[in-house]
Design a protein around this ligand. Structure first.
Ligand code: DMJ
Length: 833
């Protein structure tokens, strides 16, 4: 596949946008946001200016997760502070120091004041708020293991962890928290305990308060020291006793950002010889990576990482998770570009298949694992594509980014923001927008498509935290008092010349902007993988190497069934069930044979039964009750002018389930192509209110005994005919001439008398034992005149059972089948769904 998406083009396209939007407006929005935050929550000082309209900093009675608060709250504030003081770049912003009359000594968390528009002086408000928040988390670090407790109350600390050294012998303060019968959970995840180093180190350096850096590093090494003898980490650990909770080891959920922080701490911290230096973090990364490569990496089929037993390395589970998609990006940062490229490909294939990433996917079974099909807007896959693009400059990653962007736009946009997907298979949205969607997902996409963004040009050791906040240590803040690490630490710098700490230069692009990734030799992707592409995602494929081809023989008839379940609060269905049945009187009716008459009678009977179920008319006594209650209500409203009419509960729409029948189109001189109408939804979509395209059906029996009533094709969109008794041509010839209008006949469905069986694969089997009907002569009207518009016909199997299904149906549609061809050959493992 050739992928041409040159960086220049992206630049041209974006320059127009940038001139208007980036720079000035973005800077204004940022500054307005900071001013508003300070107004609401104070400036982080102890005095009166520290009290905002809503509160004093983070002084709230709220139990929060330590890890999430650090990566989202502390990290976000620190990163914003670094932008505010100009340590991280914003185009067009050069901080100007405010004029001060007296030179005053800076307090902790203060920076020399910078003048902002509107008279605001930025003097470190965000940094002090970060400090306030981080200080409130410190009680969580009172453990004997050095790993923090998972939760803390921002106002009261950790009175609920009764075994903490902080609470031993403490008095009344804890009592109100000990009432709870369930002891507070002390399990934390490795990522949660070990991924605080970046934020806390930057905070320490900026405030000259070493506590945060020391505690975060102590926690990091406490996790690392518990690695198994084969160098692997578990996902969950008890912060009190230091025991692993379960035996699994992987790279994803629970562990992910630990590895990220090992490498990124090395990048962030300026080089130094001191203990706990960047070298030791680099060594931890190399050792962790080596263990992952040895025990978790699977090069079979598409390279990926499995889950293994922590101590033995024996395989435990064959799924990968969406969280683990960050790892190729981390590898790219570490210079392991080849491994990064190949392990990112399986995630790419998954995104192509689901137009998002399911939370867990079974590599062994090839489907969503354990029902974990959601995608809450997670960034990891996009993050890796961004880092891979930066490392390789391969236009492939633009192509992937474009796919991701258009899928997100198509599937996640709502009036109030960007929803996650509850299930990537159905597209059902979740009523939630996670902060990481903007903090990471949108940010990495933006940075991918903006090669000239100042962050992409910044030649300095900065990193994105695990929440996507850029951090840097200002040069002036580099020296810091380091705690001496205990002698028991087993960190040694690995003396292996193969271990990299720099990125190799990106491979030179192939001529004509062809993607190096797409042109990889022996790429297994697509050869043994079943790839499922939703038709709406794929649209009309116009790739020179691949063609989407519509199946002209097989298709599916989709049937929306009546809902027989008793409905509470049922609103009248949009299309009355009567519509489905013919109840016209017709002049030609007398010519019509007995069989058809009984057919009509049954229909009328069933129609009335169905109508009774859904539109039961209220009995006299029910009317009485309704009227008297309405009367009482109205009179009470009249008596009391303050009273209002109580709103009645909104009627709930009735939902109707779907089923599908494989159908086959005829061949021969008299075969018309299958009518071209929009595809009905897949029957697995679940019950829906909206009806399918056709709502009127005529049941014509075998249609062999002469002309059908004129109303059959004029007033019915579908005619159902049973197979047998005469030829297909004869059956069609018995359909009166009609003018094709909105309400007239669109499709004849022949029901084969074969009863479809399980062995046939019904209803999923492609053919369900269907043979292709032959209409050997051109279609004519009952008078033998050549039909101007040949009638579209398909055949389904199933005999009486199928007819019964149609008699219970509310509406009918068709869904075409597609396959993908490459140079005239069917690509058997690509399925268009
Ligand atoms: C983010 O909050 C962080 O990246 C975290 O480390 C784990 N992943 C989520 C988003 O998926």
């Amino acid at each position: 596949m050739s992928v041409a998406f040159p960086e220049d083009e992206v630049r041209n396209y974006q320059s127009i946008y940038h001139e208007n939007q980036r720079g000035a407006k973005a800077l204004r929005d940022f500054q307005d946001g900071v001013v508003a935050l300070v107004e609401q929550y104070g400036d982080g000082r102890a005095g009166s200016s520290g009290k905002g309209l809503r509160g004093r900093g983070f002084d709230v009675d709220s139990k929060v997760q330590v890890f999430e608060t650090v990566i989202r709250g502390v990290g976000g504030l620190l990163s914003a502070h670094l932008f505010a003081i100009g340590e991280l770049p914003i185009d067009g912003y050069t901080p100007k120091l405010a004029r001060t009359f007296k030179k005053k000594k800076l307090q902790k968390g203060e920076v020399p004041a910078i003048s902002w528009p509107g008279g605001f002086r930025y003097d470190g408000q965000l940094l002090r708020l970060a400090l306030d928040l981080a200080q409130r988390l410190l009680p969580a670090f009172y453990t004997t293991t050095g790993m923090p407790y998972p939760r803390v109350n921002l106002r009261y600390g950790i009175p609920f962890y009764l075994n903490s050294p902080l609470n031993r012998g403490s008095g009344s303060d804890t009592e109100e928290f000990t009432m709870d019968e369930n002891p507070e959970i002390t399990e934390t995840c490795s990522a949660g305990a070990g991924s605080l180093v970046l934020e806390f180190t930057v905070l320490s350096r900026l405030t000259n308060d070493p506590r945060f850096e020391q505690l975060a590093k102590r926690a990091f090494w406490a996790v690392w020291d518990r690695r198994s003898s084969i160098g692997l980490l578990g996902a969950g650990v008890d912060a009190e006793n230091g025991q692993w909770i379960g035996p699994y080891s992987g790279i994803g959920a629970g562990i992910d950002s630990f590895f990220e922080y090992a490498l990124k701490t090395h990048i962030l911290l300026p080089l130094t010889e001191a203990e706990n230096s960047p070298e030791t973090f680099l060594a931890a990364w190399h050792e962790a990576h080596a263990a992952i490569k040895r025990h978790l990496y699977s090069g079979i089929h598409h390279p990926h990482y499995v889950n293994v037993h922590l101590s033995t390395g024996s395989p435990q589970a064959y799924w990968i998770d969406s969280l683990g998609a960050y790892y190729p990006g981390l590898l790219a940062l570490a210079g392991e570009v080849e491994e990064a490229i190949e392990t990112n490909l399986l995630y790419t294939a998954l995104w192509t298949r689901y137009a998002a990433l399911p939370e867990r996917w079974s590599v062994r079974d090839g489907h969503v694992e354990g029902g974990l099909g959601w995608w809450p807007g997670r960034p990891e896959f996009i993050e890796s594509n961004y880092h891979l693009y930066r490392a390789t400059r391969d236009p492939w990653y633009f192509y992937v980014g474009e796919m991701v962007l258009s899928d997100i736009k198509a599937r996640c946009w709502t009036e109030c923001g960007w929803a996650g997907l509850q299930d990537v298979r159905t597209g059902e949205k979740s009523d939630r927008m996670e902060s990481f969607f903007l903090g990471e997902t949108a940010k990495y996409l933006y940075l991918l498509f903006d090669p000239d963004h100042p962050l992409n040009r910044l030649d300095a050791p900065y990193v994105f935290t695990t929440e996507g906040h850029p951090l840097i240590i200002p040069k002036a803040k580099s020296p810091v008092v380091r705690r001496k690490a205990p002698a028991t630490r087993s960190i040694q710098v690995l003396q292996n010349s193969e271990l990299r700490d720099t990125c190799p230069s990106s491979p030179s692009a192939l001529p004509f902007s062809i993607s190096v990734t797409a042109a990889r030799p022996n790429m297994a992707l697509g050869r043994d993988e079943q790839v499922f592409i939703p038709r709406d995602v794929m649209g009309d494929m116009n790739d020179p190497s691949f063609t989407r081809v519509r199946d002209v023989v097989m298709l599916d008839v989709i049937i929306q069934l009546e809902n027989d379940a008793p409905q509470e609060n049922t609103a009248a269905p949009t299309g009355s069930s009567e519509e489905l049945y013919d109840n016209d009187d017709d002049d030609d009716y007398d010519d019509y044979e007995e069989e058809e008459m009984s057919n009509r009678k049954t229909r009328r009977d069933s129609s009335s039964v169905s109508s009774k179920k859904t539109h039961d008319s209220p009995s006299q006594s029910q009317y009485k009750t309704m009227l008297s209650s309405l009367f009482r209500h109205v009179t009470s409203v009249l008596r009391d002018p303050a009273a209002t009419l109580v709103p009645q509960p909104k009627p709930q729409p009735t939902l109707y389930p779907f089923t599908k029948l494989p159908a086959i189109a005829p061949t021969g001189l008299g075969a018309a192509g299958v009518i071209d109408v929009p595809d009905a939804p897949d029957s697995s979509i679940g019950p829906q209110t909206a009806p399918l395209i056709w709502k009127t059906i005529f049941f014509a029996g075998q249609a062999c005994s002469g002309k059908l009533p004129d109303s059959a094709p004029r007033n019915h969109e579908v005619i159902i005919i049973r197979r047998g008794g005469c030829t297909f041509h004869d059956k069609l010839s018995n359909i009166p001439a009609f003018t094709p209008i909105f309400a007239s006949l669109k499709l004849v469905i022949i029901i084969d008398h074969e009863k479809a069986s399980e062995e046939d694969g019904f209803p999923e089997g492609a053919g369900s034992g269907l043979f292709r009907p032959l209409i050997d002569k051109r279609q004519v009207t009952p008078k033998g005149v050549l039909r101007r518009d040949a009638i579209s016909m398909v055949m389904v199997s199933g005999g009486d059972e199928t007819e019964a299904v149609f008699r219970r149906c509310r509406s009918v549609g068709i869904r075409r089948r597609y396959h993908v061809e490459s140079q005239g050959k069917v690509v058997g493992n690509v399925h268009v769904i």
